[in-house]
Design a protein around this ligand. Structure first.
Ligand SMILES: *[C@@H]1O[C@H](CO)[C@@H](O)[C@H](O)[C@H]1NC(C)=O
Ligand SMILES: *[C@@H]1O[C@H](CO)[C@@H](O)[C@H](O)[C@H]1NC(C)=O
Ligand SMILES: *[C@@H]1O[C@H](CO)[C@@H](O)[C@H](O)[C@H]1NC(C)=O
Length: 414
């Protein structure tokens, strides 16, 4: 009997400590931070509500399983609310109705599956909304009203199930959709966005560049990331409407073919990352007439043909062609680049099956022109090139395979 009583008492004590404990981080009682209690907790009115001066509430990792509708009442000045890393499956309608000043709301890393339309209708000043790392599998059209930075990364969204009107939020600047499945997303899904600057589609299971980036309103985008997908080719000039694009990231795809004029309309393009793809040849026109293009990464491809003309009238400053299948570059490659308008400073070309005579020419050139290059391997201690008897650079496509085989043979023996 006594033992039973003890257990019951202990249970009562524990349930008292189940509440997160909150304390002010400053003397002015404006910033409240809570730490978890011993067990799961339903946030109700009282713990953080009814504190007229509060500007910030942090309820991170507090084992909260659900929110009562009135838990954030009486907080007229609240601007920042962080309830990340809890166990919420949804947020009840009305819970944000009494926090009109809210600008930052972080509900990342919960297990939210969907959210009711109208949840954000009274938070007219919301700027940042972070829903990263939840289980959102659908978004009801009209859910998001006004928000500038919208983080939806790492959810369970399926492009094919999205309604064409999900993103009717004309003022969004940052839209992060990475680590969702965006295949089959509606082609006009982004048509109402008129201030988008940054779009992240990293790891979205895409097998082609999605059509939804082609609507004319997207001419405001400056940064587009489509890395880490399964795109094999880009044969249409699909980026033509992105007139303001400055950074294009296509790394880690399976791209083996690019439209000749893919970048021609992108007059503001500064940086392009095509590393870790399957490109074999760069065509004569590929990067021509892109007057601000300074930074091109072609590393980790299968390139054996790289004409200097490809960069004519670009502003090339940094070029990475390391880890490819180049055995030679055309004579005076760097000088030609310079003559065609480029201002090359950084040049990375290691891990190619260079013919020794060609590498020798190239090294002489980069030293004469005082370029920064990846010189770590050229210390005499590493095999960096192959030679077949006579020390001349054989600049003919058909000999490539010979040197490539020799290079691989050496690599295997190491
Ligand atoms: C939201 O919270 C997570 C986890 O606490 C944090 O990593 C992330 O940076 C926050 N998001 C923003 C936009 O501040
Ligand atoms: C492109 O994206 C990858 C992966 O998201 C990142 O590691 C890389 O730094 C990006 N490249 C550029 C030039 O921003
Ligand atoms: C080019 O991309 C590769 C792989 O994505 C990366 O390791 C390298 O640092 C990049 N090069 C430059 C010059 O940024």
């Amino acid at each position: 009997m006594a033992v039973t009583w003890c257990v019951v008492l202990l249970g009562v004590l524990l349930s008292i400590e189940a509440k997160p404990s909150c304390k002010f981080e400053d003397d002015s009682s404006r910033h409240l931070e809570c730490s978890p209690g011993d067990s799961d907790y339903i946030l109700d009115k009282g713990l953080v509500s009814d504190k007229a001066r509060i500007v910030t509430i942090i309820l991170r990792s507090c084992k909260i399983t659900s929110l009562n509708t009135d838990c954030f009442e009486g907080l007229p000045r609240l601007e920042r609310l962080d309830i990340s890393h809890n166990k919420l499956t949804t947020l009840p309608l009305g819970v944000l109705d009494k926090v009109p000043k809210l600008t930052y709301f972080n509900a990342s890393y919960n297990i939210i599956t969907n959210l009711p339309v109208g949840l954000f209708k009274n938070v007219q000043n919301l700027i940042q909304l972070d829903l990263t790392g939840n289980h959102l599998y659908e978004i009801n059209p009209g859910l998001f009203k006004k928000v500038s930075l919208l983080y939806l990364s790492k959810n369970y969204l399926q492009g094919r199930d999205l309604h064409p009107n999900v993103f009717e939020i004309s003022d969004v600047n940052f839209l992060l959709l990475n680590e969702n499945d965006m295949t089959g997303a509606p082609e006009n899904m982004l048509r109402t966005l008129h201030e988008l600057l940054y779009l992240n589609l990293d790891d979205c299971s895409l097998t082609e560049v999605p059509k939804f980036i082609t609507t004319p309103n997207l001419d405001t985008i400056t940064h587009l990331t489509i890395s880490n997908n399964k795109i094999r080719e880009i044969n249409e000039p699909i980026f033509d409407n992105l007139k303001d694009l400055e950074v294009l990231n296509l790394t880690m795809n399976l791209i083996d073919s690019l439209n000749d004029n893919l970048f021609t309309s992108l007059k503001k393009l500064k940086k392009i990352d095509l590393s870790k793809n399957r490109l074999k040849t760069i065509t004569e026109h590929q990067f021509q007439n892109t007057p601000f293009l300074t930074d091109i990464n072609l590393s980790h491809n299968l390139i054996s043909i790289l004409p200097v003309n490809a960069f004519r009238a670009s502003a090339l400053n940094k070029l990475d062609i390391s880890n490819n299948r180049l055995t030679y570059l055309q004579d005076n490659f760097c000088l030609e680049l310079k003559n065609s308008g480029a201002v090359l400073r950084d040049f990375y070309f290691s891990e190619n099956p260079w013919q020794c005579a060609c590498l020798h020419d190239l090294l002489r050139e980069v030293k004469t022109l005082n370029l920064k290059y990846d010189d770590v391997n050229y210390d005499g201690g590493h095999p960096v090139c192959v030679s077949a008897g006579q020390f001349v650079c054989n600049r003919q496509v058909y000999v490539n395979e010979v040197y490539l085989d020799m290079y691989h043979l050496i690599q295997e023996r190491l």
